[in-house]
Design a protein around this ligand. Sequence first.
Ligand SMILES: Cc1ncc(COP(=O)(O)O)c(C=O)c1O
Length: 433
Amino acid sequence: MFVSDHAKVNAAGNLEFSGVDTVALAQKYGTPLYVTSLDGVKASCAEFTAALDKHYGGNGMILYASKANCNKAICKTVSSCGFGLDVVSGGELYTALQAGVDPARICFHGNNKTETELRLAIENDVGRIFADSLAELDDIERIAGELGKKAKVLVRANPGVEASTHEYIMTGQVDSKFGLSIDKGDALAGVLKALASDNIELAGIDCHIGSQIFEVLPFVDEAEMLMNFLFSIRELTGVTLGELNVGGGFGVRYVPSDDPLSADRIIGAVAARVKRFCAENDFPEPFLMFEPGRAIVANNGITLYTVGCVKEIADVRNYVSIDGGMFDNPRYALYGARYTACVANKASQPADYRAAIAGKCCESGDLIGKEITIQRPERGDILAVFTTGAYNYSMASNYNRNPRPAMVVIDDGEDRIAVRRETYADLVSFDEE
Ligand SMILES: Cc1ncc(COP(=O)(O)O)c(C=O)c1O
């Protein structure tokens, strides 16, 4: 009935999420409210770890792509599950360090890392830097030299798959701001530059082909292409690079028709192809990394809102307005993301009311969805939107000077605040007279 595994209707007829009554959560903490099930996050992490163990003897690491949802509680939780952490900015890196994540398990991504960010990473001995350009390799070489360090680096390769084969990879190929093109020889130039550096230890290559991917073939093809690249590096230079990061992008269920792959299926298929390649080409099996973001958090999060005005425009559309919107969830406004929702205090009633769920910002495009079916709503009801655990809190803003919502986490069945609600005083606290 619900897209989330953690949602059900309880005896009071309310929506329960991860064992907790959502109406009670809304009363206790106010709305809008992000709710993240850390119990669910732990279960998702365990699935990835089990798959890596089963299919690849654990010879690798799962990195949580923290851009999906980054705060201290989530960083702590995933690292307590044995995950490494992919960070993509100084702010994410700082959050991870503040959360006590072992720097050796932090990997630093990003297509335009600043001098300050690279310094912060190298000073703190992050485990790996994923270098995105030749200029960045020069920066790493220089900064590591100045700091008397040797930086462990993977070169981000752009595999350049034909669009006709996999259109979702199209933006990740030659015409992309990310990585260095294998086809154009730029990735090899990066590898040679890194190998020639005294202050860089080149460990391998990494890649990320896209997001919300529901098929296994693109990942398997990607792995094959990257293995071919590693092989050609060995042929050319005699150097065998020992690490391969195939990135993230594993799809999740936002609407019932979405049919996500399990971690077991993705990792099983990629690991099998890598192993076969290695056996056929007498190449050592690389340390293998996967980088799920959304697959760890999206379905482990919901957002609770209070319903405000309900407008029924005869023969046109119903608009159900909520006390949140694009400032806490910009994904519909950004790219027409789809969601399902439920009136949490009427969860046992039939869902037969079709409406646009509208935010409170001054933009017509400020919607959670244009056609969402929910229980008949009234002012004051609590609306739960599902699958908001990824790229909601992390993409939130203060548009229209709205304070960002609090985040409550459910940990061992208990709820607590992980991120406090912003106040109006917070909003003006950066302003000078
Ligand atoms: C390099 C890299 N790795 C991993 C991810 C995570 O993607 P997803 O959340 O779709 O798994 C992203 C997302 O943009 C990314 O850019």
